[in-house]
Design a binder for this molecule. Structure first.
Ligand SMILES: [Zn+2]
Length: 181
């Protein structure tokens, strides 16, 4: 950030007294701006033996496939956020949300929380955010065209767990890709 949103003066980075890391601090009014990870919430909408996939119509990763997910908004619970994103991106109403996977993605300061969910009805549609919305069987998942690693990992866990009928909650970390790979 460059300017204080309170008084408009430029900010500088300092370690505040009693703190242990750099913060943006206003040069004039002294306001400290704490920056913290953002939370992405989403779900695996299920209908019979299929899951609802969305082909992104927006950057980043336009044209790639994903599950409905997006940034949690102020004033909503994680479950409300996951339901809202599913309605916005896929036109689908989900219920029975069960927490399933949490991803720490430290290098981009994000946390993903993914739920399993049941679709209320096989109703869905393309939206401004999704060029196509499709119920897919496991064999139809376009593994080479998944938009985000957290989503690919979510799908892999889901189909693996589905085979055993047990869906334990997991916390996983997604590391920055090595430039050598
Ligand atoms: Zn200020």
């Amino acid at each position: 950030m460059n300017y204080c949103s309170h008084c408009g003066t430029s900010v500088a980075q300092h370690i505040p007294e009693g703190d242990d890391r750099l913060r943006y601090i206003c040069r004039a009014c002294g306001r400290i701006y704490y920056q913290n990870p953002k939370m992405v919430v989403g779900c695996i909408p299920r209908w019979e033996n299929k899951v609802l996939m969305c082909r992104r119509n927006i950057e980043p990763q336009k044209g790639k496939w994903t599950l409905p997910a997006g940034y949690l908004e102020n004033g909503e619970t994680v479950m409300q956020g996951a339901c809202r994103e599913t309605l916005e991106e896929a036109g689908a109403v989900v219920a029975d949300l069960r927490p399933y996977l949490l991803f720490d993605i430290v290098h981009v300061n994000q946390i993903y929380l993914m739920f399993r969910a049941r679709m209320q009805a096989p109703d869905f549609k393309a939206t401004p955010e999704s060029a196509e919305v499709v119920l897919m069987r496991q064999e139809e998942i376009p593994w080479d065209e998944i938009a985000f690693r957290a989503i690919e990992s979510t799908l892999r866990h889901y189909f693996e767990d589905r085979a055993s009928g047990r869906f334990p909650f997991r916390i996983q970390q997604i590391q920055k890709k090595s430039p050598l790979r």
